[in-house]
Ligand binder design. Sequence first.
Ligand SMILES: NC(=O)c1ccc[n+]([C@@H]2O[C@H](COP(=O)([O-])OP(=O)(O)OC[C@H]3O[C@@H](n4cnc5c(N)ncnc54)[C@H](O)[C@@H]3O)[C@@H](O)[C@H]2O)c1
Length: 321
Amino acid sequence: VLTQHSGADLRWVCDASSAARDRAARIAPGARLTASVSDLLEDDSLRALVIATPVASHFPIALEALEAGKHVLVEKPLCQTVLEAERLCSTAERSRRILMVGHTFLYNGAVRRIKAMIDNGELGEIRYIFSRRLNLGIVRQDVDVLWSLAPHDLSILNYWVGRPVRKVSAVGHCYLQPNIADVAFAHLTYEGNIAGHVQVSWLDPSKVRQATVVGSKRMLFYDDMSADSRIVVYDKGVDIDGPDGLGRFETYAQHQLKVRAGDAWLPKIEFREPLVEQIEEFVTCIVDDRKPLADGRNGLEVVSLLERLSLAMRMGAGPDD
Ligand SMILES: NC(=O)c1ccc[n+]([C@@H]2O[C@H](COP(=O)([O-])OP(=O)(O)OC[C@H]3O[C@@H](n4cnc5c(N)ncnc54)[C@H](O)[C@@H]3O)[C@@H](O)[C@H]2O)c1
């Protein structure tokens, strides 16, 4: 994506592995190759870095890059602890550099469209959201499935709901490697009793990237794997009729719960490759000196939830989990 961006000149590719550098030489013949990040940091003409290394290395590389005065886009998750995330954000803010995190789904046309529908009240009050991200692989050895996949779901849920998370609970199960969960179920309660439920798994027969959003007026189903019906909106709900309007009645005889099932429709989505949109935002924010949607603080909120959920998973784990 970077080689094709008209506003960016890809000067360097750094990778510790020579096989990866060979691949990069074919994809980006104009870029210089190195195994050492310090070559990039010492190049004064280089303005920005995209860090797509294993999670444990995000923090040290991003910090060094920000301290060297570079703008930084870090793949998700931003880093491994809230303390690290705070340090990255404050370093970026102090040095007036862009710190962005690869929450790619915030640059996805369907996710944006759903956000607009929630904000303009089309769905009514949001009751709950159920998000599923499943596949067979990639099985990682450095992080569990929660840290590998859930950053996407959590960043989407935070974006859609736009409120603080009051309570979390989570369970995870390890089947392939000790102490590395292959499947996790995370539950969040946002302010206002909005529930968010997330299932992530790298041990599942099907590639699934779906969410159900239930509102008081309408409901929708989002399927990122569907080419032509990414969003289906349902005019469905349960209306409560009573003498004093919603929910105020003395006896059950005074109210009725009426199931409403009307039309369903597919909103049109302007869809561009989210990675292209993400890189576009990074470059534009550097040029225009403005904050990206997925900025460091956005990354920090997700790392904070991951930390809380991991703790809940550990606290609830039994000997067989
Ligand atoms: N946004 C997304 O949808 C998405 C998808 C896949 C991966 N990711 C993220 O991208 C990151 C990398 O994942 P991956 O699957 O590409 O991993 P990977 O292990 O396939 O690749 C990482 C590369 O980093 C290199 N590397 C490691 N440490 C280095 C260092 N200190 N200096 C230079 N090079 C170093 C390795 O040699 C390797 O080539 C992870 O943070 C992951 O969460 C994001």
